[in-house]
Design a protein around this ligand. Structure first.
Ligand code: NAD
Ligand code: UDP
Length: 312
């Protein structure tokens, strides 16, 4: 890969900050664009003095004029409590944000990658989920601002591709975890780890039999970079996630065992439209990107617990 000017929207967030780091390490210029809606400068503080790093406070729902070669469009609140706080803004960020960033890509000729999500499959009736599955999404529920916003963003990406012949890449990211998740953003891995470290009760929603597949952040970032630099004919959508599937109860047990304190599990009501099962079919990512996760859940949890131990 030659030296490129790469823009990452949402670059100060959990995934974005790891991506900034990786791309700087590879010798590129990185422009991190973020309005700090669900993040702070803390995630990227260690990068601000890097000569190839530039930070711009900007909301992607407004147009942006910069010159870049590649765009990773990650800007969007990702955890249910954050994306439901201002649902109209969430849809605007996905939809207007996609239009603005696609417009920028069209003008500059940049390659553009969309951070889509397994939520486009909704509460899936097909298991594991393949990219050809159209999903089972409630269009009017509390998760819809996120799910339908992301689905519409995918539509926009494919219409810009068909209408204007632009190079696009769409990644459907499954639950990802690791250092720099916010301790209070409500996602299950960070919640359980923080609760266990503080000796609090572990809050399992529902009966804990719903499943998720958890991908460690380093694996995910590697997948995103491979997708961005894949053959121009590769557009996706392509699933990126760890196919290891665990119930939420199993996750709670693992976290409690690793932290080694005396937390007990308490059961809380299952949120509306909470998907019952989720597991990626990653055959496409294996075939097309030669990518698959390398970090098992126990190992990734250990690293994440270590991070929270030192940062709480
Ligand atoms: P995050 O909340 O840590 O990061 C999102 C970033 O986007 C934050 O820094 C936030 O301030 C910024 N942002 C939000 N609205 C913005 C706006 N209007 N303009 C500019 N910046 C804005 O979340 P994350 O986990 O790092 O997720 C990054 C992307 O990956 C999101 O698009 C998310 O939907 C997608 N994704 C993440 C996961 C996961 O498990 N982490 C799973 C599927 C998809
Ligand atoms: N969950 C839980 N306890 C918590 C937080 C989440 O049992 O303290 C459950 C939640 O109901 C869901 C799963 O964990 O079934 C994953 O939740 P998360 O918000 O991390 O991601 P998503 O639902 O978007 O996959």
């Amino acid at each position: 890969m030659s030296h490129l000017r790469i823009m990452i929207t949402g670059g100060a967030g959990f995934l974005g900050s790891h991506l900034c780091e990786r791309l700087l390490d590879a010798g590129h210029d990185v422009l991190c664009v973020d309005n700090f809606y669900t993040s702070t400068r803390r995630n990227i503080l260690h990068l601000v003095d890097h000569p190839n790093f530039e930070l711009m406070r900007h909301d992607v729902t407004f147009p942006l004029y910069v010159e870049v070669d590649q765009i990773y469009n990650l800007a969007c609140p990702a955890s249910p409590i954050h994306y439901q706080r201002d649902p109209v803004q969430t849809t605007k960020t996905s939809v207007h944000g996609a239009i603005n960033m696609l417009g920028l890509a069209k003008r500059t000729g940049a390659r553009i990658l969309q951070a889509s999500t397994s939520e486009v499959y909704g509460d899936p009736t097909v298991h594991p989920q393949q990219e050809g599955y159209w999903g089972n999404v409630n269009p009017i529920g509390p998760r819809s601002c996120y799910d339908e916003g992301k689905r519409c963003a995918e539509t926009l990406f494919f219409d810009y591709h068909r209408q204007h012949g632009m190079p696009i890449k769409v990644a459907r990211i499954f639950n990802t975890y690791g250092p720099r998740m916010l301790p209070d953003d409500g996602r299950v891995v960070s919640n359980f780890i923080v609760q266990a470290l503080e000796g609090e009760d572990i809050t399992v929603f529902g009966d804990g039999s719903q499943t998720r597949s958890f991908c460690y952040v380093d694996d995910l970032v590697e997948g995103l970079i491979r997708l961005m630099n894949s053959d121009e004919a590769v557009t996706g959508p392509i699933n990126l996630g760890n196919p290891g599937e665990f119930s939420i109860s199993e996750l709670a047990e693992k976290v409690v065992a690793q932290v080694g304190k005396d937390s007990k599990v308490v059961y809380k009501p299952l949120p509306v439209d909470d998907p019952m099962q989720r597991c990626p079919d990653i055959s496409q990512a294996k075939d097309v990107l030669s990518w698959e996760p390398t970090v098992a859940l126990d190992e990734g949890l250990a690293k994440t617990i270590e991070y929270f131990r030192t940062h709480l």
